[in-house]
Design a protein around this ligand. Structure first.
Ligand code: NDP
Ligand code: GDR
Length: 332
C-alpha cells in the first residue's frame, strides 16, 4: 500500500456515497482528510455513511455549504489542502425538475464558488470536478468518450455541464490543475435510496422479508453503464496524481437495461420478478436519457484505470446489505 503522510485533501459532499468511499481510500493512503458538510436541524451532520465504513473518527468535518463563497475561502485558508475534490451536489436527476433553481445554484454555481476559492486562496492545489454522463443526454454516438458532444436532458445535467466547462475554463484561463471526471452511473450499498439500483435492492429485500409485496418503477427500458463507487473514487484520486490535468470518462464499457438489472436482484433473492414488479407511469421523467455507454480507454491508457467489480457482484452485494439492514424488521 502506498503511504503519503504529508498529503491533505478536502472533499465537498463527504457525507454522500462517493465522499464516504473516497475518504476511506485517501485515509488508507495516509492522507489527512477534511470534509465539508452542512448541518441540519435534526443532526449536526449526516455521518451515517462514514459510520458504516467505520471512519467517522478519522475524518475532520468542516461546517460549510457550496453556496457560501466566503466560507469556502476561509475553509481553504484554514485547511490548506493539496487536493480538493468537489463532489457536493443536488445529485438526483428527477428532483432537478422540481428544484431547477436550487440544482443550478448548488450543482452549477457551487462549482464556480469552489473554483474561485481555489484560484484566490490556493492556486497550486489540485482540483477534481464530479462531472457526469448525464451531460451526454440525447447523444448521437453509440459509445460516449471525451470528444462526444453534449446534449443535456434535465436541469441537473445542464448544471453539471456548466460545472464541467467552468473547470476546463479555469484550467485554460488560470493554469489551475483542474480535472473533470465524466463518471457514468456508479452504485454501492451506500447509494441513496431514491436512485434506481438501491430502490430495487431495498425493494427486493423488503419483499423477501415480507415487509412489502410490490416494487414500483418507471421506465425500465432505460439503459445505463453501471459500475461500483469503490472503483470510481479510485479513478478520481488517480486523475489528481497526473502531472497534467485533463478530463476523463470513467465507465465500464457495458450497458444494461433497468429491467435486466432488476432481474439480477430478484433472482439473487429467489423471487419471481413478474409477481412483484409494477410499472408506474408517475415515475417516468419529463425527458429521459435512454441509453448511456462509456468508453474509458483514455483513462486506461493514461493511468491504467479499469473497473474491477461487475454489475452482478455489485447488485448481489447491495441486496445482501439491504437484507442485513432490514432483517430486524422481518414480518412474522
Ligand atoms: P450523493 O447525492 O450521495 O452526495 C451528494 C453530497 O453533496 C452529499 O454529501 C450532500 O450533503 C452534499 N451537498 C448537497 N448540497 C450541498 C450544499 N449546498 N453544500 C454542501 N454540500 C452539499 O452523490 P454521490 O456521492 O452519488 O455523487 C457524488 C458527486 O458525483 C455528485 O456531484 C454527483 O452529481 C456526481 N456524480 C455521481 C454519479 C453517480 O453515479 N453516483 C455519476 C456522475 C456524477 P448532505 O448529506 O447534507 O445531503
Ligand atoms: P440517473 O440515476 O438518473 O441515471 O442519475 P437513477 O438511478 O435515478 O435512474 C437511472 C434510470 O432508471 C430509470 N428508472 C428509475 N429511476 C429512479 N430513480 N426511480 C425509479 O423508480 C425508476 N424507474 C426507472 C430512470 O428513468 C433512469 O433512466 C445518476 C445520478 O447519480 C446522477 O447524479 C449521476 O450524474 C448519473 O447517475 C450519472
Amino acid at each position: 500500500m502506498e503511504i503519503c503522510v504529508t498529503k491533505r485533501a478536502l472533499i465537498t459532499g463527504i457525507t454522500g456515497q462517493d465522499g464516504a468511499y473516497l475518504a476511506a481510500l485517501l485515509l488508507e493512503k495516509g492522507y489527512e482528510v477534511h470534509g465539508l458538510a452542512r448541518r441540519s436541524s435534526s443532526s449536526d451532520v449526516n455521518l451515517s455513511r462514514l459510520d458504516w465504513l467505520g471512519i467517522t473518527k478519522d475524518v475532520r468535518i468542516v461546517d460549510g455549504n457550496l453556496l457560501d463563497l466566503s466560507g469556502l475561502i476561509r475553509t481553504l485558508r484554514d485547511v490548506q489542502p493539496g487536493e480538493v475534490y468537489n463532489l457536493g451536489a443536488q445529485s438526483f436527476v428527477k428532483s432537478s425538475w422540481q428544484q431547477p433553481v436550487l440544482t443550478g445554484q448548488v450543482t452549477g454555481i457551487g462549482v464556480a464558488n469552489v473554483l474561485e476559492a481555489v484560484r484566490l486562496e490556493l492556486p497550486n492545489a489540485r482540483f477534481y470536478q464530479a462531472s457526469s454522463s448525464e451531460m451526454y443526454g440525447l447523444i448521437q454516438e453509440p459509445m460516449q468518450s471525451e470528444v462526444t458532444p453534449f446534449y443535456p436532458r434535465s436541469p441537473y445535467a445542464v448544471a453539471k455541464l456548466y460545472g464541467h466547462w467552468l473547470t476546463v475554463n479555469y484550467r485554460e484561463s488560470f493554469g489551475l490543475h483542474a480535472s473533470s471526471g465524466i463518471l457514468f452511473n456508479h452504485e454501492s450499498p451506500l447509494r441513496g435510496i431514491e436512485f434506481v439500483t438501491r430502490k430495487v435492492t431495498d425493494g427486493v429485500a423488503r419483499i423477501k422479508l415480507g415487509l412489502a409485496s410490490e416494487l414500483r418503477l418507471g421506465n425500465i427500458d432505460a439503459k445505463r453503464d453501471w459500475g461500483h463507487s469503490k472503483d470510481y473514487v479510485r479513478a478520481m484520486w488517480m486523475m489528481l496524481q497526473q502531472d497534467v490535468a485533463d478530463d476523463y470518462v470513467i465507465a465500464t464499457g457495458r450497458t444494461t437495461t433497468v429491467r435486466d438489472m432488476c432481474k439480477i436482484a430478484f433472482e439473487h433473492a429467489g423471487l419471481d420478478i413478474d409477481k412483484h414488479l409494477v410499472i408506474d407511469p408517475d415515475l417516468f421523467r419529463p425527458a429521459e436519457v435512454d441509453v448511456l455507454l462509456g468508453n474509458p480507454q483514455k483513462a486506461k491508457d493514461a493511468f491504467g484505470w479499469e473497473a474491477t467489480i461487475t454489475l452482478e457482484d455489485m447488485i448481489v452485494e447491495m441486496v445482501d446489505a439491504d437484507l442485513k439492514r432490514l432483517s430486524h424488521l422481518k414480518s412474522v
